[in-house]
Write a protein that binds this ligand. Structure first.
Ligand SMILES: *Cc1c(COP(=O)(O)O)cnc(C)c1O
Length: 376
């Protein structure tokens, strides 16, 4: 069986966990959390970051931090993971779903423009597969309408827009270290707070609504309940594991990109023959090797190939189901049809991508797809 995903262990993850256990400091915001924070500050120039237990939690923190509530409209792509929307629905906001681009699952700027009303408070962009959205145009809209911007950069570690790291554009941005992402900690996430006026409060929300973080820095002599909050910080065990992965980020990235390029090259003939589309990375974006997908001509063709690969024990998968058509939201969606989101939802197929894949595995997967088309 070729699994769709399998986390890769480099070694320092377990050494670090061991060290945390030996030192007897397991609660959050310890040495390894601080080392993870420093990694993101140094490598990407983020001025404030907070580890969280998931990207979902980081999105919920963003929603609290921006005081989103009833009466607010939040523009979100329909083609995304459910947490992108849920974080704002939980605060009572109304979600307005925008469409994807025709040629890429990322949110369409024209579609965003059509969704803006006097009630719009924020735009949430998702850098699908780690490829940047059209940030110059989106930043223009954000400024013109005085909106908040949140980047759901769950898949976008070590990726850039015209040389600037993803996660550095929004008032806040969120990353994921779920086991299916590039850098993993089982479950885990990160909130980036770029807007300096929101940074102090972000620490308070993170620490259950208390000013404990400032207390630990010695800035105040006692701490107490000063605002809303929850327990968004992960334990040191998670941070220790994550820091071990981060110390191998270059290996992770080069390994994934190599696999991505191998797929692209081996499947390009079939793509040129018109069987399916290969991913197109916009010229302003980089490829961080997060997902390799192909886009088939119909749902029928996608499902047939998926099932065929299953019989060969190749773990291909599809995602996402358009959120505006979900059971929970379909009756609440007041907007228009979102044909591009629906097309990716019905026709996109993801191939296995993880560091345990050998060249033989990739050859076998690509050969299986070739054989499928030459025999059908
Ligand atoms: C994975 C993912 C999330 C959720 O991340 P968790 O860390 O599992 O909460 C949110 N948004 C997108 C776009 C994702 O890919």
């Amino acid at each position: 069986m070729i699994r769709f995903n399998k986390p890769y262990l480099f070694g320092p993850e377990l050494q670090n966990v061991n060290q945390a256990v030996t030192q007897g400091r397991l609660a959050g915001n310890g040495q390894f959390t601080k080392q993870c924070h420093k990694f993101f500050e140094d490598r990407y120039g983020f001025s404030k970051v907070l580890l969280t237990t998931s990207c979902t939690d980081a999105l919920e923190m963003s929603s609290l931090l921006l005081n989103i509530g009833p009466g607010d409209e939040i523009i979100i792509p329909s083609f995304t993971f459910v947490s992108t929307a849920n974080a704002f629905v939980l605060r009572g906001a109304k979600i307005v779903f925008a469409d994807s681009n025709e040629s890429h699952p990322n949110i369409s700027v024209d579609s965003i423009r059509r969704c803006i009303t006097a009630q719009t408070k924020a735009i949430v962009v998702v850098h699908y597969g780690g490829a940047a959205c059209d940030m110059n145009s989106i930043m223009d809209l954000v400024k013109e309408h005085d909106l908040f911007l949140i980047e759901d950069a769950a898949q976008a570690i070590e990726s850039f827009y015209k040389g600037k790291p993803l996660g550095s554009f929004g008032h806040c941005a969120t990353f994921s270290f779920h086991e299916t992402k590039n850098v993993v900690a089982g479950e885990g996430g990160l909130l980036v707070v770029n807007d300096t006026s929101l940074q102090k409060r972000s620490e308070i929300l993170w620490e259950k609504g208390t000013n404990r973080t400032a207390f630990f820095r010695g800035e105040i002599d006692k701490y107490g309940w000063v605002d809303l909050g929850s327990s968004f910080l992960p334990s040191e065990l998670i941070a220790a594991y994550l820091f071990g992965q981060l110390s191998h980020i270059d290996d992770i990235q080069s390994g994934r990109i190599k696999i991505w390029n191998a797929y692209f090259k081996k499947l390009s003939k079939l793509s040129e023959a018109g069987y399916f589309e290969l991913p197109r990375i916009p010229e302003y974006a980089t490829n961080n090797g997060h997902v390799f997908f192909i886009v088939l001509k119909s749902k029928q063709e996608r499902d047939a190939l998926l099932n065929h690969l299953k019989t060969l024990e190749i773990g291909a998968v599809f995602h996402y189901l358009s959120l505006h058509k979900s059971e929970y939201y379909k009756d609440k969606h007041e907007g228009s049809d979102l044909p591009n989101s629906d097309r990716f939802s019905e026709c996109l197929l993801r191939l296995p991508l993880h560091l345990h894949l050998s060249n033989t595995d990739i050859d076998f997967i690509c050969k299986s797809i070739e054989d499928y088309y030459s025999n059908s």
